[in-house]
Ligand binder design. Structure first.
Ligand SMILES: *[C@@H]1O[C@H](CO)[C@@H](O)[C@H](O)[C@H]1NC(C)=O
Ligand SMILES: *[C@@H]1O[C@H](CO)[C@@H](O)[C@H](O)[C@H]1NC(C)=O
Ligand SMILES: *[C@@H]1O[C@H](CO)[C@@H](O)[C@H](O)[C@H]1NC(C)=O
Ligand SMILES: *[C@@H]1O[C@H](CO)[C@@H](O)[C@H](O)[C@H]1NC(C)=O
Ligand SMILES: *[C@@H]1O[C@H](CO)[C@@H](O)[C@H](O)[C@H]1NC(C)=O
Ligand SMILES: *[C@@H]1O[C@H](CO)[C@@H](O)[C@H](O)[C@H]1NC(C)=O
Ligand SMILES: *[C@@H]1O[C@H](CO)[C@@H](O)[C@H](O)[C@H]1NC(C)=O
Length: 417
């Protein structure tokens, strides 16, 4: 939490600073425009007066040429060399030379713009923020992005980008926030992604496959959202490497199978754990009883079995425990009456003899006759890319799944203040 909020504060002050400098700059630019037409004219003629703004001008013009639809007229005023007056373009004094104005941010969030990202965007080497959330940009992220060495935030969410994971983002030394959810990226997730000092990783609603890399590195990530991808494989034991920071782990509908590793119980900061709509088998690891900050626990729509342990139901922060659509056969102690603890719960469609709305005896027996051995059913140690994991699983029709829009981290939502 501390790391999340401190980097949040850093970010806010940074954005605020940027905003102020932009206002200042815009005012400045307008002042020049109205008071001194001549000066502005000279500036047009002599781009060498600020080669960095001139490079930005070339980049933005190249971009405008490959914008095919701009229904909100975001780029209509992208004319002439005064790039600091362009809609969505934010200038600031350069870090290396405060006398020099540079393009520090571009925010076209919710533009509904269609087009692609041309190679010339590599000329925007002063850029710290690029927000393109909710547009119709397609194609791939150009390799020239490796020139954006100051880029701090890259938000490409809710567009139509395709191709493999944008590896170029992993080469950016300053990048702290990468959001690529709701696109059409495919192929495996690179292990290097989990070696970066990102605060949050959102890759949900793409077409990633392969599996969660089994050699997860040590990161400072506090929010990990993989939901709605075809990852497959198991939740690797190396998830324990995130123990010191991870607060939200959201793996809804990611085709993961196997048993939950005991190591989940080591994620002592976890507040949200949602593995619903997968093919997880076996029992609830008893280690979950150690997650004293856990508020939301969702195991629904899996093939889990065994006892729902009272130690989990007694977790001090638990507010919602959903475990419907599994094969649990007993609720231990207080788990039988979570209402008395004011915990929201859903235990429907299990094999709980005392409870209403359970599965049929036939359905239950089919599973209960074949107990799962989590030690036998091990996941490949070096898993990761292209490994085949088939945990003897019964296909269960899945109901419709709530789209995993930003979970309970609204402050991380991609938008410019
Ligand atoms: C964008 O500009 C066009 C042409 O000037 C105009 O018809 C349209 O209403 C504008 N759209 C918006 C959302 O302002
Ligand atoms: C990278 O940025 C530098 C300026 O920092 C510029 O001179 C160069 O042309 C850029 N390269 C590309 C591929 O855009
Ligand atoms: C992660 O970083 C560590 C230390 O810097 C390095 O040894 C390891 O190879 C890296 N892993 C990946 C997958 O890049
Ligand atoms: C689960 O995710 C896949 C994408 O991997 C998606 O096509 C499917 O609609 C999702 N399932 C549900 C029930 O939403
Ligand atoms: C509990 O969590 C489930 C699954 O995320 C959700 O559908 C349900 O609305 C939640 N209940 C309450 C009372 O918040
Ligand atoms: C659950 O507990 C509440 C309050 O403690 C009680 O009123 C209710 O009857 C209990 N329900 C069951 C099914 O035991
Ligand atoms: C995965 O399993 C399928 C079917 O069982 C098989 O056709 C395929 O070759 C396997 N792939 C790998 C990488 O082992």
């Amino acid at each position: 939490m501390a790391s999340t909020s401190s980097s949040f504060i850093t970010l806010v002050s940074f954005l605020f600073f940027l905003h102020l400098s932009c206002l200042f700059n815009n005012l400045n630019a307008k002042h020049i425009l109205t008071k001194n037409h001549n000066h502005q004219h000279q500036h047009t003629k002599n781009p060498s007066s600020n080669p960095r703004l001139y490079r930005a001008f070339l980049a933005l013009q190249a971009w405008k040429r490959v914008i095919y639809s701009d229904p909100n007229n975001f780029t209509t005023n992208w004319i002439g060399p005064s790039v600091c007056t362009y809609h969505g373009v934010y200038c600031a004094p350069s870090i290396d030379d405060p006398e020099v104005t540079i393009v520090a941010g571009i925010d076209l969030n919710f533009g509904d713009i269609a087009g692609f990202l041309p190679n010339e965007l590599g000329l925007l080497s002063d850029l710290a923020l690029l927000h393109l959330n909710s547009n119709r940009f397609c194609g791939i992220v150009p390799i020239t992005f490796n020139n954006l060495t100051l880029l701090y935030e890259l938000d490409l969410s809710n567009n139509r980008f395709v191709g493999p994971f944008p590896f170029v983002a992993l080469s950016l030394p300053s990048l702290k926030y990468l959001d690529i959810r709701y696109n059409e990226f495919e192929g495996p997730l690179p292990p290097q992604l989990f070696n970066k000092s990102f605060d949050a990783i959102f890759v949900n609603n793409n077409r990633f496959s392969g599996s969660i890399p089994s050699n997860l590195g040590q990161t400072k990530v506090s929010v990990l959202v993989f939901a709605n991808n075809k990852l497959g494989g198991c939740l690797p034991e190396s998830i324990v490497n995130f123990a010191d920071t991870l607060e939200e782990l959201v793996l809804i509908n990611t085709s993961i199978s196997g048993c939950l590793p005991q190591q989940v119980g080591s994620l002592y900061k976890l507040r949200v754990f949602d593995v619903s709509f997968n093919q997880i088998v076996g029992p609830i690891p008893y280690s979950l009883a150690g997650l004293s900050h856990l508020e939301q626990l969702n195991l629904a729509h899996n093939e889990m079995s065994g006892i729902v342990p009272s130690a989990v139901c007694e977790l001090p922060s638990l507010a919602n425990f959903t475990f419907s659509y599994n094969f649990f056969c007993e609720e231990e102690g207080i788990c039988q009456n979570l209402t008395s603890k004011r915990i929201a719960f859903d235990d429907r469609r299990n094999c709980l003899p005392e409870k209403p709305l359970q599965r049929s005896t036939k359905e239950c027996n089919a599973i209960l006759e074949h107990p799962v051995d989590c030690f036998e059913l091990c996941c490949p140690e070096d898993g990761g890319f292209g490994t085949n994991v088939t945990a003897g699983s019964v296909a269960i029709p899945t109901a419709s799944i709530p789209a995993a829009m930003p979970v309970s981290a609204p402050f991380l939502a991609p938008s410019y203040p």
